[in-house]
Design a protein around this ligand. Structure first.
Ligand code: PRX
Length: 647
């Protein structure tokens, strides 16, 4: 499809026009000090920073923004909007059941967050402590995050789909003594036993790591009773009414940690990505306002879960820093029907809607009917995030959902980047379906070849960032060495994103996907190494290799090649057991779509698994395997192809 030019209606009221974009982008590169000294004003500082940027991608890699500034993220999301926005709705909650909804004003948000903050203090949480959240998409999840920020505790949110094993590993990694959870979550009519998972995680924490936590706060979201350890568990609903409803916002240095969020890499266990306070807040606020062209009074809905970075930056911190009304959705796109998203849009008169390509593709498969049964006339801007969006899905989203009226902002970014780095701006950028288009202010992308040489003009290569931006992660919690190794050692002095990318003649960026051993399943990021180590932890498995393959709905699916131990004859029962095993080791999002049992894996003579070949076979491209001359035993490949799963 051709380019779609900026609509006059959008442009005439937009925060940023094409002319503004050119001017400000240039200014942000030529004079970052001046540009960010101005942008920092969007945040309330108890002490305004004098030092703006102090960053180095070389040597020990040190990233500091606004380093002498003092602020508080919760204050910026709540108090600073008062009393003007006392009665404006801050958060709308839409339950899994269409009959359930609620909303909270900025005035009420202050009370809820202050009480939660006082509860945390009363159980012994102090500034700098790590508090783990394992929550469903309920208002209390946002109270908990903001309460941590209010008292200077560092939250570590774990997505509700992760298993007890995964929770235990993360609790151990950041030495967290406190957990906030709910008795149960509900999604698509199904119950998620969150508290039971936490209890199991705590058993594992003790058995495998010899550790325990001090307190577990339990929010009762459903009627179901759960097991309770009276010395350890605190019933939120029972105590919250007894707590003071004021709590001062702790003055935090701009570089004090705000949160840790675990994400997968190509090797090893998940990394605790650490974000700090000042730069992150400036970035979340600026990108939310410009990318979504947010105007006061608009209803904004990001469908992500707060367990992912998108939920952190674009349900909570960005929108609330801007005094927006942000919608939080507990449910799923197809429950009770495939019209659900659009019914919610109509019910709450949503103006800006931000979701993932996997949801678009799943809904597209149901045809236009469920969309057309709804009105959607409130919609003004549509957004996409998490994985490349194929032009077909893009066009359907644009034509059917947005009725060709709403620009689509295809936003490229990562857990590590804190917020959006490459995206159209609705009033400034002509759109090309499938392209994340242009860098935001202060963002300097470049494409390099395998040796790190810069590639100019229209070309394809690996995507790096040449310089820092305020929202960038600062380190991997507790492992700065791994931080340097992961992001700054592939190309000296450059931040390596792990993504491949094409740039066209007009300087538009087209992300092609990961070039490392990370796969993206339904927008969920997964390390193939993690799934492999889960598989080999099973007693019948001797070796495993996991690769991604193209999947119509999920973007990528998980294909596992498994070699069993001597004497084991793999069968249907073992296959089912292994899938269940991975679900319990990591979580349902890591379930392999296919497991191919094989007597051996293709290896080089030095014993390295040749993943390139495994990828090709999984993609059904086995006729085009490339160079196989370094294989130790070429017969292995023939046998893999002969026995490849019939798909
Ligand atoms: O490969 C890119 C893909 O998602 C990766 C980051 O995943 P995560 O840290 O989980 O963050 C997801 C939400 C920001 C990236 O390295 N990705 C994200 N957005 C896009 C994308 N790929 C193409 N287009 C996008 N808009």
């Amino acid at each position: 499809m051709d380019r779609i030019t900026v609509s006059a209606t959008i442009r005439d009221t937009a925060h940023v026009t094409a002319e503004d974009y050119r001017r400000l982008y240039e200014e942000s590169l030529n004079d970052p000090e001046e540009f960010w000294a101005h942008q920092k004003e969007r945040i309330h500082w108890f002490t305004s920073p004098q030092k703006i940027k102090n960053t180095s991608f070389s040597g020990d890699v040190s990233i500091k923004w606004f380093e002498d500034g003092i602020l508080n993220a919760s204050y910026n999301c709540i108090d600073r909007h008062l009393p003007e926005k006392e009665n404006q709705i801050a958060l709308i909650w839409e339950g899994d059941d269409p009959a359930d909804d609620a909303s909270v004003t900025y005035g009420d948000l202050l009370l809820h967050v202050s009480r939660m903050a006082n509860l945390l203090k009363s159980i012994g949480v102090k500034k700098g402590d790590r508090v783990t959240l394992y929550m469903p998409m309920i208002l209390e999840a946002s109270y908990a995050m903001l309460a941590c920020a209010r008292i200077g505790a560092i939250h570590s949110v774990i997505f509700g789909g992760f298993s007890p094993e995964a929770i235990a590993g993360r609790l151990d990694d950041c030495q967290s003594d406190f957990i906030i959870t709910a008795n149960e979550g509900v999604r698509g009519g199904k119950v998620v036993p969150l508290k039971a998972n936490v209890d199991r995680a705590l058993d594992i924490l003790e058995e495998s790591y010899g550790k325990s936590v001090k307190k577990v706060v339990v929010v009762y979201h459903t009627e179901t009773e759960t097991a309770c350890d009276p010395d350890r568990d605190v019933n939120y609903n029972a105590v919250i009414g007894t707590l003071e409803d004021t709590c001062p916002a702790e003055p935090m240095n701009a570089e004090d940690p705000l949160f840790i969020l675990y994400t997968s890499g190509s090797t090893g266990k998940p990394k605790g990505v650490l974000h700090t306070t000042g730069g992150y807040m400036v970035w979340a606020s600026m990108t939310h306002e410009y990318v979504f062209d947010y105007k006061p009074g608009e209803i904004y809905w990001c469908t992500a879960d707060v367990g992912w970075i998108t939920g952190h930056s674009y349900i909570l911190y960005g929108p609330l820093a801007n005094g927006a009304t942000s919608l939080m959705f507990e449910g799923v796109p197809n429950y009770p029907s495939s019209s659900r998203f659009w019914q919610v849009v109509d019910k709450h008169k949503v103006n800006i809607f931000y979701t993932a390509p996997t949801a678009i593709r799943a809904l597209m498969r149901e045809g236009d009917g469920p969309v057309k049964a709804t009105d959607r006339s409130s919609l003004r801007i549509l957004g996409s995030v998490g994985e490349p969006i194929n032009p077909e899905a893009w066009s359907w989203y644009h034509r059917v959902v947005g009725e060709e009226r709403c620009p689509i902002v295809d936003t490229w970014w990562q857990t590590e980047t804190g917020g959006i780095l490459i995206s159209p701006l609705p009033g400034a950028t002509d759109l090309k379906p499938g392209s994340a288009t242009k860098p935001l202010f202060g963002v300097q992308p470049a494409l390099v070849d395998a040796e790190g040489h810069f590639l100019e003009g229209a070309t394809e290569g690996n995507l790096v960032m040449v310089d820092s931006w305020p929202g960038q992660m600062r380190t991997i919690y507790g492992d700065h060495e791994r931080f340097k190794q992961t992001y700054f050692s592939t190309y000296e002095g450059l931040y390596f994103t792990g993504d491949g990318c094409r740039r066209d003649e007009e300087g538009y960026y087209w992300i092609t996907g990961r070039v490392d051993d990370v796969i993206n399943v339904s927008g969920h990021r997964m390390g193939t190494a993690e799934v492999e180590s889960a598989l080999v932890a099973h007693e019948q498995v001797s070796e495993a290799a996991v690769v991604g393959y193209p999947h119509d709905i999920k973007g990528q699916g998980i294909y596992a090649y498994v070699t069993c131990v001597e004497g084991c004859t793999p069968d249907e029962a073992l296959l089912k057991q292994l899938i269940q095993w991975v679900r319990s080791e990591i979580g349902p999002i890591a379930s392999p779509d296919f497991i191919q049992f094989t007597p051996a894996l293709p290896k080089t003579r030095s014993g390295k698994i040749m993943r390139r070949i495994l990828r090709k076979i999984a993609e059904n491209e086995y006729k085009n395997l490339g160079d196989t001359s370094t294989l130790a035993d070429p017969a292995v490949v023939d046998s893999l192809i002969d026995n490849r799963l019939n798909r």
